[in-house]
Write a protein that binds this ligand. Structure first.
Ligand code: 2P0
Length: 345
């Protein structure tokens, strides 16, 4: 008998970052983190069982191309985990379509492993509540724990597998968070965030300070969210991102994801603030800059960023608002959920 499930998960961008694990095997982070799930970037994944010989290898495609090597091995390891929970030896056929450029610091592994967790758990007959699904997604990729939920999301660092999960953080309508994503480079990054994180933990003398400061940032951010204070949230987010990059710049050899164009966008954001427009930058494991602003300012901010910084020329900007929770469907509804036209051109 064939069993199939499809899940749609949205990418998230951290405002207080996850950078460094305290336990690699269980993917337990060194700090809690806070993120915004975005409506503009998502992964749709279908997991089908029953059309491959039992005991054989899993197969997977991403945007129509067969997965191979390390990327496929990572998917297979994750499916082994799900099979262990389900008591199954059936291989899976995985079809994934993303509107997120892969490996470019645009949170593709977050939406990718959240969608895989949702689809695989259902296909293998596991009935997991959202918190358990968040814990499962974490094992695929840490940040995927957060993509199980929409809106603002807090991932508790926790102390073990059971206590390290994400949950939504309700926010007042007045907060109105939105993001303009400046896509400077959507190619794969030179150093994976997994490798860069490990190197930072092992060699950066700044790492202990980063951990301490981030726990404080998360607490202050939650207070700003509850108060509906976007400027305070934005200032904390920009500062936290700069500290994360400072920590990895302190690694040996140093990890630097920024380019000259990254710095030019930071200047643009500072210029917009000087002109009275509330916006704050955050950067992940890549050169791209994500700019937090009020939804009511999103069109203005995106238009200003799109013109490009002095001397750089026009640049691509994608606008995003808070995205939804992970959705899982089965049967005919699942087939309809996969739309090849969603592939990013
Ligand atoms: C974050 N990043 O909080 C941080 C900020 C990148 C910079 O989570 O090793 O792909 O799979 O747990 O989740 C990217 O790291 O790493 C990430 P693994 P992941 O969004």
């Amino acid at each position: 008998m064939t069993s199939s499930a499809t899940a749609v998960a949205h990418a998230n961008i951290a405002l207080a970052k996850y950078w460094g694990k305290r336990d690699e095997a269980l993917a337990l982070p060194a700090t809690s983190s806070l993120s915004l799930t975005l409506d503009a970037f998502r992964t749709t994944t279908t997991v089908t069982l029953g059309d491959l010989a039992p005991g054989g290898p899993d197969v997977a495609t991403l945007d129509g191309a067969p997965m191979a090597g390390d990327a496929l091995a990572r998917v297979q390891r994750f499916l082994d985990l799900v099979r262990g929970l389900a008591g199954s030896d059936l291989p899976a056929s995985v079809v994934s379509v993303a509107t997120v450029p892969t490996g470019a610091g645009l949170a593709s592994s977050a939406s990718g492993f959240a969608a895989l967790a949702g689809a695989a758990a259902t296909a293998y007959g596991l009935d997991l509540a959202p918190r358990a699904l968040s814990r499962l997604a974490r094992r695929g990729s840490g940040s995927a724990a957060r993509s199980v939920f929409g809106g603002l999301v807090l991932w508790h660092a926790g102390t073990d597998d059971a206590t390290s999960y994400a949950e939504p953080v309700p926010f007042p309508a007045v907060l109105d968070p939105a993001m303009a994503v400046v896509v400077l480079d959507d190619g794969a990054k030179p150093v994976s965030s997994r490798v860069a994180m490990r190197r930072t933990v092992q060699t950066s003398p700044f790492f202990p300070g980063w951990v301490e400061a981030t726990e404080q940032d998360v607490a202050e951010m939650l207070a700003a969210v509850a108060a509906g204070d976007l400027p305070v949230l934005g200032e904390l987010a920009e500062s936290n991102a700069l500290r994360m990059h400072a920590t990895m710049l302190g690694a040996r050899p140093p990890v630097r994801y920024w380019t000259g164009r990254t710095m030019a966008v930071l200047d643009q954001v500072q210029g917009l603030r000087a002109d009275g427009v509330g916006c704050w930058a955050t950067m992940d494991a890549g050169p791209n800059v994500k700019v937090l602003c009020a939804g009511s300012d999103l069109t203005t901010v995106a238009a200003a960023l799109a013109t490009g910084a002095d001397g750089t020329g026009p640049q691509r900007v994608v606008t995003a608002r808070p995205g939804p929770d992970l959705r899982v469907s089965t049967g005919a509804a699942a087939d309809a959920a996969v739309d090849p036209a969603e592939v990013l051109a």
